[in-house]
Design a protein around this ligand. Structure first.
Ligand code: SF4
Length: 432
């Protein structure tokens, strides 16, 4: 949940995705994956609920855990059960707080998930987290028809008085202000709107378009001129990288392969409280795993219980074309993330537009690499739509939320992949 404390309009418009459905289907997945940090006010509210007198809490445990070593750094989170799930998750996969006191009594983080609210000029763009299986499977009512309910959540999330924050940078050196940034976002999203164009081709075309932005200077290209500029570079891409482009299956270079495996392994991890609590032993095993991912030989170390040990080589074989449903899923995924500004600025480690899109693009080969791992673990050499769905929930859990992806060494890995051309090779290598 990335919230700006800096808006200035009293009640910003919500820009809701029109191609995404969602309702909670009580799978309890979010209550197993996430560590729920609570505010002091929420702590006091939960304490007043007197859970110590409720024998449904497993083992009569404390329900709140204090974090931070000094009074200044003190924070609180909900306790976890042995299996890593939230202390309030019951055997039926339902929330005990919700069942006993109603939804508004839950911590705000639980009410917000899987929505994410991001500044978009004077408006607020709403995106969704595809770590939720119902989001991935597009289950429930259209999100844009749930505006009243989402507005209630947004009102709690957004500060009462706020200022519109500055626009994210366009590139490392250039900024163009909100109106032009939003035009660029709309133009980028169009690459994924045509259902007839395979998503791999759309990604390659969008990357070509991004490269033209990255090479340009915008001191005098603003407003009308910026609109013309976007039209021109879109036409250039249509000529150079037409929608019927043939994509050869070329492997990434050796260095690119290493960089990619290290990044994809990070997306495949499970960073729950239960895993982190394994302490030094887990850190040593992660270090050993990193060495194996660098070598890329032998068996892939199983980073979490879901994965079976398979040879690295098995993930590099052709797996055939993507299932049709997965094509549709990826195109919805990219459109929701782009329109929801879920890849740059406040939503994504304060990274500029172009660099943020390189990170978002990397999700495609990373998800497919994880899906191959799931399939190969079951002895299959072709992907099912379910493999891709599950891989997306695993990888998107980290997108914009694991601090490591905003760190300089990870950012530099993604930059190297884009500059070397390996990012494009990875798209077609794992997409076929
Ligand atoms: S408080 Fe309820 S909704 Fe929130 S994580 Fe725990 S069980 Fe899930």
């Amino acid at each position: 949940m990335y919230l700006s404390q800096r808006f200035s309009m009293p009640s910003p418009q919500l820009k809701l995705p029109t191609i995404q459905n969602w309702n909670c289907h009580n799978c309890g997945g979010c209550c197993k994956q996430h560590q729920i940090e609570i505010t002091l006010e929420e702590k006091e509210r939960i304490e007043k609920q007197r859970w110590e007198e409720d024998d449904s809490i497993p083992g009569g445990k404390p329900v709140i855990v204090k974090m931070g070593l000094t009074p200044a750094s003190q924070r609180y989170r909900l306790a976890h059960q042995e299996d890593g799930s939230c202390i309030f998750l019951n055997e039926q996969g339902l929330c005990r707080i919700h069942a006993k006191f109603g939804e508004p009594a839950k911590p705000l983080a639980c009410q917000v998930y899987p929505y994410a609210f991001h500044p978009a000029g004077n408006d607020v763009a709403v995106s969704l987290r595809f770590s939720c299986p119902s989001v991935v499977s597009n289950l429930g009512e259209r999100v844009d028809r749930q505006e009243a309910a989402i507005r209630k959540i947004a009102n709690q999330v957004l500060p009462k008085r706020y200022q519109t924050p500055p626009a994210p940078k366009l590139t490392a050196r250039e900024s163009v202000g909100w109106p032009d940034t939003l035009k660029a976002v709309t133009a980028l999203s169009r690459f994924f709107a045509d259902k007839e164009i395979p998503v791999q081709t759309s990604l390659i075309r969008a990357l070509g378009w991004m490269e033209l932005i990255e090479q340009s200077r915008f001191s005098i290209i603003q407003g009308e001129r910026f609109t013309e500029f976007l039209e021109l570079i879109t036409q250039a891409v249509d000529q150079e990288l037409p929608p019927d482009l043939e994509l050869p299956r070329t492997p990434p270079g050796r260095l690119g392969g290493i960089q990619f495996r290290l990044l994809a392994a990070q997306y495949a991890r499970k960073d729950t409280h239960a895993e982190a609590a394994k302490g030094l032993g887990r850190r040593m095993s992660l270090l050993m795993s990193a060495l194996k991912f660098t070598r890329g030989k032998g068996e892939v170390p199983p980073l979490q219980e879901r994965f079976k040990s398979v040879p690295f080589a098995a993930l590099e074989e052709p797996f055939g074309p993507l299932p049709e449903e997965s094509e549709k899923l990826f195109s919805r995924y990219f459109r929701v993330k782009i329109q929801g500004l879920h890849f740059l600025g406040a939503a994504y480690y304060d990274i500029p537009f172009v660099e943020g899109f390189y990170h978002l693009t990397l999700m495609f080969p990373s998800i497919l690499w994880i899906a191959r791992w799931i399939a190969a673990g079951e002895g299959r050499t072709a992907l099912t739509a379910e493999d891709v769905n599950e891989a997306m929930t695993i990888a998107d859990h980290h997108h914009g939320y694991s601090p490591v992806f905003g760190m300089p060494h990870f950012r530099s890995r993604v930059k190297t992949l884009s500059r070397s051309g390996d990012l494009k090779k990875l798209i077609s290598w794992y997409g076929q």
